[in-house]
Design a protein around this ligand. Sequence first.
Ligand code: IVH
Length: 719
Amino acid sequence: MSQHNNSQGGQAQYSLFSTGPSGPTGEERQRVQQLTAELEHHNYLYHTLDKPEISDEQFDALFRELQTLEDRWPILRSPHSPTLRVGGKLVDGLAKKAHSLQMYGLDNVFSAEQWQDFADRIRRAWDADVNGPLPENFWCDPKLDGLALEIVYVDGTMQEALTRGDGEVGEVVTEAVRTIRTVPLRLAGPGPFPARLEVRGEVVMYKKDFAALNQKQESQGLNVFANPRNAAAGTLRQLDISIVASRPLRFLAYSLGEAQWSPAPACTLQSEVMARLGAYGFLTPPDGRLCHSAQAVEEYAQWVRGHRPEFRMEIDGAVAKLDNLEAQQALGFTARAPRFAVAFKFPAEQAQTLLQNIEIQVGRTGALTPVAVLEPIAVGGVMVSRATLHNEDEIRSRDVRVGDTVIVRRAGDVIPEVVGPVLEKRPVDAKEYVFPHNCPVCREPAYREEGEAAWRCENMSCPAIRLRAISHFVSKAGLDISGVGQKWIEQLVTSGRVQSPVDLFTLTVEELLGFERMGEVLAQKFVDALDKARHTATLPRLISALGIRHVGEQTARTLAAHFQNLDELEKADGEILQSLPDVGPEVASSIRNFFTSPANREQLERFKGLGLWPQGGGKSTPGGANGESAQGESPLPSGPLSGKTILFTGRLSMPRGQAEKLAEAAGATPLGSVSKKLQYLVAGEEAGSKLEKARALGVTVLDETEFMDMLREAKVVSE
Ligand code: IVH
């Protein structure tokens, strides 16, 4: 670091804390400015953009350094210091509203010693003369890694929901939050309910739901999320409520804002609050427990840490709160955090290693995805040698370069991720990464469309795309052909024998025996599996297997329900396609593009020639189908729901998934949101905004009994 032009001359060369009593050194002043700027930057990345570039520990180290300097020299603490504020800025686009009580953050401790210090601080701050002996019980629960939210209930009814925002003012996300299934729209139980209750908690996405969401995004050629927290945050701030509703968010309640208990009986302990929240119908953090001493809190934190991978959601620590609410009040808050609660943070599951190379993977839809090739390293007990770098912009914003030592993070079950470079260890000759503008496999030019994150290879005969396309064709999302493994597909494609899915069906046992390690039994199984698929493939499966961009399994089902076969689908123009549920301009044009490609049409002709030409449930005249009848696809049921679109809202007597299955069995297509394309809305108890919107659009609204009657008519359920 360079010498600074400070007024105290030589003093600056001493260590930070050996200055005289007169005032801060120039170096200290400069450091405070630098720390302030850095912390502000990271606050913004974390809170506003949901794209942190440094770990919590690194952030906390900077934060503590600034706090120490400001404590030593209060004159250096500006009114805008990051140590005086709680969160980040707000995103534009959502209405804002002040919280009635500030939503504080939590101070962190990272070790048993720091925890003991914190417990000592509580004891020192406690005025036993005034308050009597300190009740040392702590309510402890896991620290959920999601998005903090406050939901306001007036006389037991949900009124509004605010994000934490900057702690004082939050974004109004009421409608989005209403779609979260774990949020009670009315408090459960007989009442009486508090006149006003502000319930605080965390919106999270379970690890398995996150994995499924990303898989879906990827299969539709859409962007994937870096981790569940980003997915949850990105979803909640969506202005399009139907997208929020389609994503599996959950709200877990762990504390209160303002509480006007009367006429309900008041709670006096945090443990009572948790029990009451449970009784009111909230999900609460799993494995919460009352600890009777500081030592027990430490043991609890260790226990949670040891069981971290088993939690269904991402957690990054444990939280200890003094159980006695009166004692909480008496201790109060510092500028940014309560004095009565602390987060016991785990060291992040991250490590440093060498970035040996950046490779480009070509996906099924031609998307070029950069992958970090790493010197193998154990992160959270798992060896990691590759990690996704997402796309060109991510590489640029994280500024990672080949030869860098990088921080690699694994969050629970989630794919490993490169957080960023360790700049101090950057070799002098490390060059900025230039994203290739050609496909690394076929060398054809790649394209990046405006508004898209990914570069794409558009050459549909690119061997890499072919390989992915064929793998997709036989996968569960396609024809689901078991016995045709990835390794064999690779061999067959590399040899040139299989260039498109249709070639698979022309393979013979004799031919297969020519491949390495292929035996008689395996070869026969392979051919049999394909032959069976050829005869039993259904139209929705085949459409999904084709890998048309933006056409996943759900859209494939919709298309198959409306068209008799692929000839009919091919003839459909953009307007007809867009009249179908869940088909917008982008999906429609992607379908049109697929059918205009001569290579694709040739492939379809060959499918037809092979008898792989299933018939669907569409009502248009059958044609060009080899005269064959429907293969494996049962005819569409008749009855009032047949061919209709349907949506369920409010509380039903059965799980919503079951209602959807029954509706499908009666020939209806369940939709994700209310739109003009919706024909029936089944409204259960306490139906909210969807019902209002459906009424406004003139959609036919059914109650559950009417829906059941229709199922009976369709013979889906018996009398
Ligand atoms: S209690 C006054 N309990 O972590 C104490 N907070 O990093 C209120 N958080 O702002 C918070 N899990 O949003 C509490 N089990 C838990 C939590 C939790 C996650 C969040 C909370 C807080 C942030 C601080």
